[in-house]
Design a protein around this ligand. Structure first.
Ligand code: ZN
Length: 168
């Protein structure tokens, strides 16, 4: 009897701990979230594997790419904020999303400081990789000067699986 009580107490504690960890990133302003979530950068691969799906791990932590036209946010509309699927940091406002026809969600701008750019020389070309500033998770690539009728003429080509959507 005592053992059961102790176990259920510890389970309740775990559940509470999980709620506490998950809620702050979505409710804090994005610049605070970046600072708060910087600790995520020190997570080990096994820690990431424990919280991400296999496909999320492949894309976010191993810089993979989801197949074009397969992601759930390519044609997703609605007002809100797209957050990092790894750490919950807000990355893109829905008002910067546009239809590029490329097969992945496209945004013409990120929230200030939320996304970091890196030169990527893989696949026999030079591209600009974008990662979540807070946790380092791979998001996709950014392309400039393609002629899209947007305020920046940039296309942040982001894997759906690297994102979650928050309509609050
Ligand atoms: Zn992140």
């Amino acid at each position: 009897m005592l053992r059961i009580t102790q176990r259920s107490r510890s389970l309740a504690y775990k559940l509470r701990a999980r709620v506490v960890v998950r809620q702050p990133p979505a409710t804090r302003p994005f610049h605070q979230s970046i600072v708060t979530n910087m600790a995520e950068k020190s997570k080990s691969d096994s820690e990431w594997r424990a919280i991400l799906s296999r496909e999320q791990f492949r894309v976010l932590r191993e810089k993979g790419t989801e197949a074009p036209g397969t992601g759930k946010y390519e044609h997703h509309n609605g007002e809100g904020v797209y957050t990092c699927a790894g750490c919950g940091t807000p990355l893109y406002k829905s008002t910067t999303k546009f239809n590029s026809g490329c097969g992945w969600p496209a945004f013409f701008d990120a929230l200030p400081g939320a996304v970091t750019r890196h030169e990527d020389r893989s696949m026999f070309m030079t591209r600009t990789e974008i990662t979540c500033t807070a946790c380092g998770g791979h998001l996709g690539h950014v392309f400039k000067g393609e002629g899209f009728d947007t305020p920046t003429d940039e296309r942040h080509c982001v894997n759906s699986i690297s994102l979650n959507f928050d309509d609050n």
